[in-house]
Write a protein that binds this ligand. Structure first.
Ligand code: HSE
Length: 436
């Protein structure tokens, strides 16, 4: 049995996990593949670390290009991260006829269209199961398991850091900054936590899933992206009183007019399974026409869970290496010449429900003004809650949940409410998904 020879670029958290799990389970994996998978070369700038992880059992280098150009390497694993050096190395590996496995969601969200097209021309594979949802086999599900279906929508918790922060804020009543500090101490956040808390990491992953779900190119630049930095305790509590939990959801939905692509804090009915995904765990809920709802849950990050996905890709590539390139599973699920130019919808055209928190004068007729403004925009109220003001207060919180409406209508209504002399503060508003 000729071994498959692998070059590993980057032996940090995921790289060392991949090295450890592959060696620990090598017998079992070889029985499954029929050929041993052997990491023969490792490139990392930190050679001491590389030596420590590998016990000096493989050839080490600090020049990654010697790996991408090594004629003896069959598969290159890119675990460096970022999108500058990683892009050069991945394109170089492809140009040299190597198959590539990567966990790099940022790279694929930004440059995936170029990378997949280069791979298609060179008849090599770029596998990326670890790029979305860590250890959860969601790429496999979207590209293969659900292939019989028309996918209707996906709603996903695909950033563990923000889910941890929102869970801690709800459970312990702590504020955003305290919860973020804890997430960083525990090592959950990306090197630059802005990508987590501003929703960018989730947007990277959503752009990839939408491409596979709907047969469209990767449109990272068109994802409407909002993070969780402005979330206040009051809204988590009011949402809870009304029967909802607040989650950072990545949502994509195919409508007749186009595709919705959006990441934002979202109220979800507390009875839904996805509302109960807590801490750093990830979950992806897919609604498809034949199978209905399916939910994929698991560890979205971490050394060994992510290594599980990287090694699954190695096995896939090893199994498919001899197949006719035209018969392989397409990178983005649909054949490259069959991608459609379905428009991505503007946020104003998105249709969903909304949570509004208003600070209103405690005087007659104020609620009538607010409900008239909403009614004039065709917005129907589904639930409302007014908190009785204390004796010292002259204003009260009034919280409303709407039926489905357009973002255009709700923005217009909010502007009018804020213009009322009886409105004392900006309206806090959040989107809500019933996911039914
Ligand atoms: N920072 C990411 C998260 C790690 O919090 O989920 C995996 O992409």
């Amino acid at each position: 049995m000729t071994p498959i020879r692998i070059g590993l670029l980057g032996i940090g958290t995921i790289g060392s996990g991949t090295y450890e799990v592959l060696n620990r389970n090598l017998d079992e994996i070889t029985r499954r593949v029929g050929r041993p998978l052997v990491i023969t070369r490792v490139a990392d700038l930190d050679l001491d670390l590389a030596k420590q992880v590998t016990n000096g059992d493989v050839e080490l280098t600090n020049d990654a290009h010697t790996v991408t150009r090594d004629p003896d390497i069959d598969i290159v694993i890119e675990l460096i991260g970022g999108y500058t050096i990683a892009r050069d190395l991945v394109l170089d590996a492809i140009a040299n006829g190597k198959h590539v496995v990567t966990a790099n969601k940022a790279l694929l969200a930004m440059h995936g269209n170029e990378i997949f097209s280069a791979a298609h021309e060179k008849h090599v594979m770029v596998a990326f199961e670890a790029a979305v949802g860590g250890g959860i086999p969601i790429i496999k599900a979207l590209r293969e398991g659900l292939v019989a279906n028309r996918i209707e929508w996906i709603a996903a918790i695909i950033n563990g850091t923000t889910n941890f922060i929102l869970s801690e804020m709800r459970d312990r009543g702590i504020d955003f900054q305290t919860a973020l500090d804890e997430a960083q101490e525990k090592g959950y956040a990306e090197a630059d936590p802005t990508f987590d808390i501003e929703g960018v990491d989730a947007a990277h992953k959503l752009a990839l899933m939408a491409a596979m779900a709907f047969g469209i190119p990767i449109h990272f630049d068109k994802v409407h992206t909002e993070g969780i930095t402005t979330i206040e305790q009051a809204d988590i509590r009011y949402a809870e009183r009304l029967g909802y939990r607040l989650k950072l959801l990545a949502i994509t939905r195919k409508r007749a007019e186009g595709v919705e692509l959006r990441v934002h804090p979202t109220l979800v009915p507390e009875g839904r399974l996805i509302a109960n995904v807590e801490g750093v765990m990830n979950a992806v809920l897919v609604e498809a026409d034949a199978v209905g709802s399916t939910l994929y849950y698991g560890a979205g990050a971490g050394s060994h869970p992510t290594a599980s996905a990287v090694i699954a890709d190695l096995v896939d590539v090893a199994r498919l290496i001899t197949a006719d390139p035209g018969e392989r599973v397409p990178h983005l699920a649909f054949q490259p010449d069959q991608l459609s130019d379905t428009p991505i919808l503007l946020m104003d055209d998105v249709e969903t429900s909304y949570y509004l928190r208003m600070r209103l004068a405690d005087q007659p007729g104020v609620l009538a003004d607010v409900t008239k403004i909403l009614g004039d925009q065709g917005v129907s109220i589904s639930a409302a809650l007014q908190v009785e003001p204390s004796e010292q207060e002259s204003a009260a919180d009034f919280v409303v949940i709407t039926d489905t409406t357009t973002e255009r209508a709700i923005r217009t209504a909010i502007a009018s409410i804020e213009g009322l002399s009886s409105s004392f503060a900006e309206v806090i508003w959040l989107r809500m998904e019933r996911l039914s």
